[in-house]
Design a protein around this ligand. Structure first.
Ligand code: GLV
Ligand code: GLV
Length: 329
């Protein structure tokens, strides 16, 4: 019997993928740093029973339609805004993501970005490397304190809670905004729930960790930045389109807020000539929230397990479209 065909849209660890190869006909896009072209993916999906995808691929209705035999799409990310989940559910395709395994790693990076932005770490390191350090001086690269300040977390999912835990270690006052209250975090971390309006007005650090949905698109617009303290530092480690980048640029240039640390952008990769990158008070990273060897391997492993489970008639470990399960029975 012909083995089910699994297509992986990026070159992943051979060792992790080898377990799939025992049971399935597996093919991987051969490059690690360039995405598979749309045309190639459209061709591959015609034969595929399963896909392992990256957030750089648009898994839309056209692609799902072309996947006549497609049973499961396992996305190597916790976010899945690159996938038309509704269309997949209609077609009986399971969508899986990689939550939990990346929570602490992403929280570490988010806090590192907050610290780098507040304490001007990147700028400071450049000064030394370029030989521009002339003498110790009282206000040389003076930044902003972190300890005992107020952090406002927008999007209190697992990663938000893990960031709050780190903030507690820095004696920060913790505010959060989320669709639902988090009584556990309120109790154990002393996090205070507040409205979006109150949070952005009161926080010294506004940390965006909310998923991208039609409701959160451009949530951080000109009006929001104007309401923040002039000393506020804005951190985004979720998705670029949650921010109106033009508004952010203007707020930074006009001194409406003090600085921004960004791991994600409206368009990725962001062009080197993007106005935001010309600003000294912007720390920009190439979407590396979950990028440690250990965590990326755990994410790959989870994708592989999810694919194997669905193709073996079992429920995946981390299913996005719960309605898929109901259809199955
Ligand atoms: C990365 O941004 C992810 O969603 O895992
Ligand atoms: C700084 O290094 C200090 O000693 O204050």
């Amino acid at each position: 019997m012909k083995k089910p065909y699994v297509f992986i849209t990026r070159k992943l660890s051979e060792q992790i993928v080898s377990s799939l190869k025992e049971k399935y006909d597996v093919n991987m896009w051969e490059h690690e740093s360039t995405p598979v072209p749309r045309e190639t993916l459209l061709n591959e999906v015609k034969k595929a029973t399963a896909l392992i995808t990256m957030l750089s691929e648009k898994i839309d209705e056209e692609l799902l339609e072309a996947g006549r035999n497609l049973q499961v799409v396992a996305n190597l990310a916790v976010g899945y805004d690159n996938i038309d989940v509704q269309a997949a559910t209609k077609k009986g395709i399971a969508i899986c993501n990689t939550p939990d395994v990346l929570t602490d790693t992403t929280a570490d990076l988010t806090f590192a970005l907050l610290m780098a932005t507040a304490r001007r770490i990147i700028e400071a390191a450049e000064v030394v490397k370029k030989g521009e350090w002339k003498s110790w001086s009282p206000f040389l690269l003076a930044g902003h304190d972190i300890h005992h300040k107020t952090i406002g977390i927008v999007g209190m999912g697992s990663i938000g809670e893990a960031v709050a835990k780190r903030a507690k270690g820095f004696d920060m006052n913790i505010l959060y905004h989320n669709r639902s209250r988090k009584p556990e975090a309120e109790k154990s971390l002393g996090a205070k729930y507040c409205s979006f309006e109150d949070l952005i007005q009161q926080a010294d650090f506004i940390v965006c960790l909310t998923p991208l949905t039609p409701d959160t698109k451009k949530l951080f617009n000109r009006e929001a930045f104007n309401k923040m303290k002039k000393s506020a530092i804005f951190i985004n480690a979720s998705r670029g389109p949650v921010v109106d980048e033009k508004a952010l640029y203007e707020a930074l240039v006009e001194g409406e807020i003090a600085a921004a640390g960004l791991d994600v952008f409206e368009t990725e990769p962001i062009g080197a000539d993007h106005p935001l990158l010309s600003l000294q008070n912007v720390v920009a990273l190439p979407h590396i929230g979950s990028a440690t060897r250990e965590t990326r391997e755990a994410m790959m492993q989870l994708c592989v397990e999810n694919v194997d489970r669905v193709l073996s008639g079992k429920s995946p470990k981390t299913l996005v479209n719960k309605a898929w399960e109901k259809q199955k029975v």
